[in-house]
Ligand binder design. Sequence first.
Ligand SMILES: [Zn+2]
Length: 231
Amino acid sequence: MARRHGYAESEITQRLIEAIFEQRLPPGERITGSQLAEIFGVSRTVVRLSMGKLSEIGVFRKTPNLGYVIASPSRAEARMMLDVRKMIEPEMVRQIAASRTEADLSRLFDRIRAENAARANGDRSTLVRLAGEFHLKLAEISGNVYLVQTLTQLQVLTCLAILVHAESESGCPRDEHSRIVTAIAEGHGDRAASDMSHHLEHIAEELQLNIDRVEPSLESALRWLAPKVPG
Ligand SMILES: [Zn+2]
């Protein structure tokens, strides 16, 4: 497999997903294989694999003239994503409330503490990423790989939709994750499910607001994606 400088396709894909979670990649912008190959110091073959994977799940869109473009979900698409998430995530947390271990709870409370710290420090990028990742952590805790795959796709696309359409910074209203985790910790499956349902409903409400947002620039995202020099 083509690989140089230690970056594998999966690591590049993961890094691009993190960049989307931090709202650093602007929806609708063109992104090229040569840009990414240069940023990561890998061959275009490796980058093409990653871009192919992200386009399979709809995160990048291949256009005849521009090549790959970062998805810019419409409001109708965003609504469909949230509809699917409402079918899945309340049931997911209901099951977790019945099966969670002490280790699961400690991971979840760590996440809540990290979200609170990022909010207190005004660290918006980290807060947005943590808020998005929270839903994936729940999927991981469920232990179902198909759930992780499905929610990764839906969560990444929801993040892009939030960037295009929502007024709120993270799409996840404050304290709602904490309520869900408390219900899970107390073993209240029904309450966890209904809290998750309301939470997703609130995200859907945010997406219907029609407010202009400052778009992030592709240039700054590419700088952010560049590998850090080991200190
Ligand atoms: Zn959330």
